[in-house]
Ligand binder design. Sequence first.
Ligand SMILES: Cc1cc2nc3c(=O)[nH]c(=O)nc-3n(C[C@H](O)[C@H](O)[C@H](O)COP(=O)(O)OP(=O)(O)OC[C@H]3O[C@@H](n4cnc5c(N)ncnc54)[C@H](O)[C@@H]3O)c2cc1C
Length: 443
Amino acid sequence: MAGILDPVMLRITELKLPLDHPDEALREAIVQRLGISDDQLLDFTLFKRSYDARKKNTELLFIYTIDLTASDEAALLHKFADDHNITPAPDVSYKPVGQAPAELAERPIVVGFGPCGIFAGLLLAQMGFKPIILERGKEVRQRTKDTWGLWRKSVLNPESNVQFGEGGAGTFSDGKLYSQIKDPKHHGRKVLHEFVKAGAPDEILYVNKPHIGTFRLTGMVENMRQQIEAMGGEVRFEQKVTDLISEGEQLTGVVLESGEQLQSRHVVLALGHSARDTFRMLHARGVFMEAKPFSIGFRIEHPQTLIDQARLGKYAGHPKLGAADYKLVYHAKNGRSVYSFCMCPGGTVVAATSEPGRVVTNGMSQYSRNERNANSGIVVGITPEQDYPGGPLAGIELQERLESLAYELGGSNYQAPAQLVGDFVAGRRPAHWAVSNPHTSRA
Ligand SMILES: Cc1cc2nc3c(=O)[nH]c(=O)nc-3n(C[C@H](O)[C@H](O)[C@H](O)COP(=O)(O)OP(=O)(O)OC[C@H]3O[C@@H](n4cnc5c(N)ncnc54)[C@H](O)[C@@H]3O)c2cc1C
């Protein structure tokens, strides 16, 4: 089958084939669709593969988007000028925004080594800027041990956990790689290519809802750090930034917890959303901040087989489809919307807290997605105007209050309180709060 081909010349969309088609059938279908001979098709690559399971009682098909080169593309484009499913392929290659001068006067600083800090660091390194990256948590192997300490033994290390350390919250994330944000410059493609280079499976380049799985992410994060270092960058662990240095309006450097000062006028703050102490420091230093809307809710679990049946009917359990996902939205009369978020097929609910005496849950799964339960966040959008007036940090205070209450309700040992959906819907308080997923993790 085809290799990775960027940029390409022609794109075919909406090419449909049965789920069980042999590999060769794809090439045959392209040749037939274009009305060319086999030797005129020079190369092709899968850009996207999806399926539409919404219509019941119809055959489920794979729907392909294919990028290809053929021997006379101009003639083909002319022939299919009125066919919107055969077009020139867009150029999705990444164009660096700059290049470091030969003599680098000042190295940029990146604070945080989560997905945002990793990519800021990687791109700066690729452009020759030799960034210095400061991460408050530990390197990924040590951090993994600390994170399992919380999941298995209820011991929390506030500086090395699901949120903090090499790879940020991304390391123990589920590794779902899709977003509904528009991407006209194809930056997402660059991210996917870098992930494949760092050890993600090739299929993330074409499956509709790419997913890496928690356990593969650890090695990938380490690999990306090594690439940054090989290009002259530096990643320093257990180095928390606790203050900023400025001259007038100009930022000139950062202060570390150890008291060490690092000078640079170029600082990327890639802090994620859990570094509440750092947000408070920035606010106290007069950095402009505003409250943003966010969503709150709970995690819901079902047996995965139930979701597979509901979504895929007779195709449930088909090896090429894997565990099914779902997405639900409900627009209530009062103007609020409730929706499912971060649905993890065949996954696990995990404790994701980084602060003592508080509980936050999240969801993750392995690449195989073969755990017994599906889980998903069910959340409602809230806004500063309606729900937490009181300035830029009022949303954080609300989160802290709810997380402390969840901790108490779960038995004050980092287990999350759990109840049956039936009780919740009926508004019944359970006689005893259960804890979720006692057989797998403490969450
Ligand atoms: C269990 C779980 C599952 C998830 N699943 C998904 C998923 O499937 N798909 C998805 O898209 N998203 C998922 N997410 C969310 C995703 O992980 C985050 O959106 C993403 O990690 C945010 O990236 P970031 O780089 O902005 O911040 P973070 O990943 O939070 O990284 C910030 C880093 O900055 C460091 N830092 C903070 N303050 C300082 C300081 N003062 N000094 C030095 N270092 C500092 C932190 O230690 C941290 O490592 C999941 C999250 C969790 C916890």
